[in-house]
Design a protein around this ligand. Sequence first.
Ligand code: PLP
Length: 376
Amino acid sequence: MKSKCIYLDNASTKKIYPEVIKVMQNHMLNIDGNPGSVHKLGEEARNALDSARKSIADNIRAKAWEIIFTSGATESNNLALKGLAERYNDRKKIIISSIEHSSIYECCQELKNKGYDIIEVPVNEKGYLNISYLENIMDKNTLLVSVIYGNNEFGTIQDIGRIGKICRDRRVFFHTDAVQSLGNEKIDVMAMNIDLLSASAHKLGGPKGIGFLYLREGIDIIPIIQGGGQEKGRRSGTENVAGAVGFAKALEISVGINKKKVIELREYFIKKLENMNGKINGSRENRLFNNVNVSFPGLKAENLLIVLSERGVMCSTRSACSEKGKKYNRILSAIGLDEKDINGTLRFSLSEYTKRKDIDYTLSIISDYLIINKNF
Ligand SMILES: Cc1ncc(COP(=O)(O)O)c(C=O)c1O
């Protein structure tokens, strides 16, 4: 986009870092082999893939061979849930939170049709999982608990270490969808007792179409894609080596960005929105560093979104993956928002590129809109 663009939709996808393009281009221009080939060019591609794998694994304190490259987090989530369900099919109960991304939720609907018992654990109005409910519902028949790390709509970050410990003590597998948190939160799969974790490169300044599933050593899954047996038989198909190289670079950069500055800007934005009678959704304490989710009950937020977009500000009314077609917002309903609140909700997701003047400009558009539409 060449005209004025204030991009406040980084939770949908983040602009790829120039350094990422550079390493990917360098890889594609110079290393042309298939990592599955025995010859020298194949070996070079294999080395590039392995070093990306190692660098990503180090970031979450995993071992390199515990990282399975996929096409993105949707595939990783499907592989985690379906792959485990099929492998350990003597246990039929799967527990998820009520605020999971559609790639977990829809996957569970399919498993439900196949006879699995899917239990949704509620969250409170700030979006925190009801942990005692979780503890009470777990039993000998429970295969897996899957809880989103940081919510992609309203930003609340769960106590993943605590949930992991509960699951480990009861010998139940624990999966987390860490798409919005990787690179932004300190993740330690060992200390947090995480068995499986999904992530995606394009949310942190990497390329689209590459993700991974961390699968703790010793846990088996049935692959959902059959073929040449790549990724140790767990995900067939020639690996996206350039994508993996770009993912590793994006993760390295993300870890180093100045989050404190973004948090200050987020808080400034939140305060100003509250001064306009905006209701902030999600936790104020444990929140994704860049997330602002605000409701103006009674307002038609979709119209405001279009006005913002026409004036160069990009944000969203809900997550991009659930944007099309669906009127009902399962996630915002789960934290107690009614239809009026939901229809009046906007999500802004900042980045290190966001400037104070961008926020002021955005606020001025919102303020003008609210004055003109004061009887909403
Ligand atoms: C929390 C969460 N999980 C999963 C996904 C799906 O990721 P991908 O686009 O890599 O399939 C997204 C993307 O919006 C997300 O925000």
